[in-house]
Design a protein around this ligand. Structure first.
Ligand SMILES: NC(=O)c1ccc[n+]([C@@H]2O[C@H](COP(=O)([O-])OP(=O)(O)OC[C@H]3O[C@@H](n4cnc5c(N)ncnc54)[C@H](O)[C@@H]3O)[C@@H](O)[C@H]2O)c1
Length: 306
């Protein structure tokens, strides 16, 4: 088998590459917009350095490929607010390019990394796929565009596709240094250094954190099922407060760090939690837990410091 991972030098993409070691020939197409070469260190793969917006590169990357994991994107909500046009280029037009190239190459399955951001700030939890999308940023609008294009190619052109709406993914290799870094790697990095951990507001806001290995499990499950089309949430269906996340990170690292409360961040939603019933009914099961994932992630960040 041969697979293509767009955005394979990124956090989640590198875990897909790792999963397929010894199982498939792996092609990575990445332009290092937010990914890093170090994420692929020691992993067997063929790197094609370039953008999903470059059709020639995409055609080269797609040759003979069975499954496409389309993860390359502008990944940040705040960045998309600052650069909406670039976001549309990368996430909407880029996805259309990937679909056209996949169709031309007669790929068996395309899976898109979509996002819980499409639910916007609808206060109802858990989120179910039948809720009306309420995208509040170019990032969310363009992830939704991608989902619609995948469905269009599935219905009209017979290309097998699935979109997965990831909730808050965490794990080793997630970048704490990006200006738009997520809570888990920032908290762990601060804790490992013994620096104060800042949280917005009272910290009682909740998120459905999911360990990256279960995201890889969902991606590979969807890719292996050519009949499985449409949109599926991927989360644990559990909520964890941001404050308890910080406390757990402090406990796991044995850190002297203290929690500092910062003003509420305008526009932040209070609660986000997935219903993954649809994906579970299709046959996917998570194999890990937040606790296990946090322990592995802490061990990874500690090993970087050593
Ligand atoms: N991390 C999360 O919690 C989360 C949640 C929901 C959805 N997602 C989605 O999952 C996917 C992977 O996210 P991640 O967290 O691994 O981020 P990441 O930044 O680590 O990975 C994205 C990768 O795409 C690459 N890329 C960007 N533009 C490109 C282009 N034009 N051509 C080729 N490569 C390009 C980047 O260099 C990077 O390696 C993204 O589509 C993101 O929107 C992530």
């Amino acid at each position: 088998m041969k697979i293509l991972v767009t955005g394979g030098a990124g956090f989640i993409g590198s875990h897909v590459v790792e999963h397929f070691q010894g199982q498939a020939e792996v092609i990575v197409l990445d332009n290092f917009r937010s990914g890093h070469r170090r994420n692929l260190a020691g992993l067997q793969h063929t790197l094609i350095e370039g953008s999903i917006l470059d059709r020639a590169k995409l055609d080269e990357a797609m040759r003979g490929v069975d499954q496409v994991y389309h993860l390359a994107a502008m990944i940040s909500v705040p960045e998309s607010m600052l650069k909406p046009r670039e976001c549309v280029d990368l996430n909407a037009t880029g996805t259309l390019h990937v679909l056209e190239a996949a169709e031309a190459a007669k790929v068996r399955k395309v899976v898109l990394a979509s996002s819980a951001a499409v639910y916007g700030d609808n206060p109802n939890v858990p989120k179910v796929e039948t809720m009306l999308p309420e995208p509040k940023s170019p990032y969310a609008v363009t992830k939704l565009d991608g989902e619609y294009y995948l469905e269009l190619f599935r219905r009209e052109r017979g290309l097998a596709t699935t979109s997965l709406r990831f909730f808050n993914v965490f794990g080793p290799r997630q970048d704490p240094k990006s200006p738009y870094a997520a809570a888990v790697p920032i908290f762990i990095e601060k804790a490992v250094r013994g620096e104060p951990i800042g949280i917005f507001g009272d910290g009682e806001q909740t998120r459905d954190f999911i360990y990256v290995k279960d995201i890889v499990g969902a991606l590979t499950f969807a890719a292996a099922n050519s009949e499985m089309g449409g949109v599926f949430n991927v989360g644990y269906g559990r909520k964890m407060t941001v404050k308890s996340l910080a406390e757990e990170v402090i406990r796991l690292t044995g850190s002297p760090s203290v929690i500092e409360h910062k003003p509420d961040r305008p526009g932040d939603i209070k609660h986000s939690m997935a219903s993954s019933d649809k994906l579970q009914q299709a046959g996917w099961q998570p194999r890990h837990s937040v606790a296990e994932g946090l322990a592995a992630t802490v061990a990874y960040f500690k090993s970087l410091k050593a």
